[in-house]
Design a binder for this molecule. Sequence first.
Ligand code: NDP
Length: 287
Amino acid sequence: NPTPLTLLGLGAMGTALAHTWLTAGHPLTIWNRSPHRAQALTTHGATAAPTPADAIAANQLIVVCLLDDASVEETLTGTDLTGKDIVNLTTSTPDQARTRATWAEQHGARYLDGGIMAVPPMIGNPDTGAYVLYSGNRPLYDTHWRTLAVPASTTYLGENPGHAALYDVALLSGMYGMIAGITHAYALLRADHIPTQDFAPLLTSWLTAMTFTAPKTAHQLDTGDYTKDVVSNLAMQAGADTLLRTAQDQGVSTELLAPFVDLMKRRVADGHGDEEFAGLVDLLRTT
Ligand code: NDP
């Protein structure tokens, strides 16, 4: 029999999650600060609870998908969490997740933190590659992973409750670096009135071809041999200043590119011009 569960938070993401559990036949109790969002789902079989406390009392498994950690605090404070299994899919920092886990345990609950690697239209659609990263209480995960796998596939990262958030933010940070690069590239092209649509396929295939950098840099970091298999060394890449000069010539701000070029130059100045990118990871560490 499908496990009954409670869902707190019916924003864009919570609503998408709710529909998948209802479709899969899970009895679902819901609560949302603005009640109209819950009412819409009751026509699909959900039970709307008047308060978070009522929603939490209804089931053992409690999924939380609110805006941020402050809204989780506001919603859960004063409710009885004894014996509950809390799965918090609200985006937070690793530190917030660890603090929330300790807080939940002090209130008698088991705690699992989650980071959703998907946008709402991908939820419930396995072909999109949507998944959720989980970390925290292992017995909770083992008990409920089948229910959690209904909206999107699950990846368990271990007992440290901060690691789902850490992986989530690391993946997003990589994405923003890529988008920063795309932004700069388009600004260069548009300065010459070149239609970016013509350029986009070239950019896509170039970025795809360059993804080998991720496993290669990881291998260099893990082995400690930063010059292994170097093809395009830093001295060559940072030396000529071609990237910054072209931006200036095109009338494009270097604000996205300059920090990374500066980092490469610093590593070269430190005597590591024969490396590629692994040493930059060490330069970024501030503690
Ligand atoms: P929405 O902005 O659509 O919804 C926010 C939800 O939080 C609403 O249910 C809102 O209630 C509730 N809320 C906000 N403040 C409070 C509060 N103080 N007390 C109680 N409830 C509150 O966000 P999403 O549904 O898109 O996102 C929810 C979580 O999922 C976020 O942490 C987000 O980072 C994460 N996520 C979202 C993705 C996305 O693409 N949308 C992708 C991956 C993760 P009300 O209806 O009353 O305003």
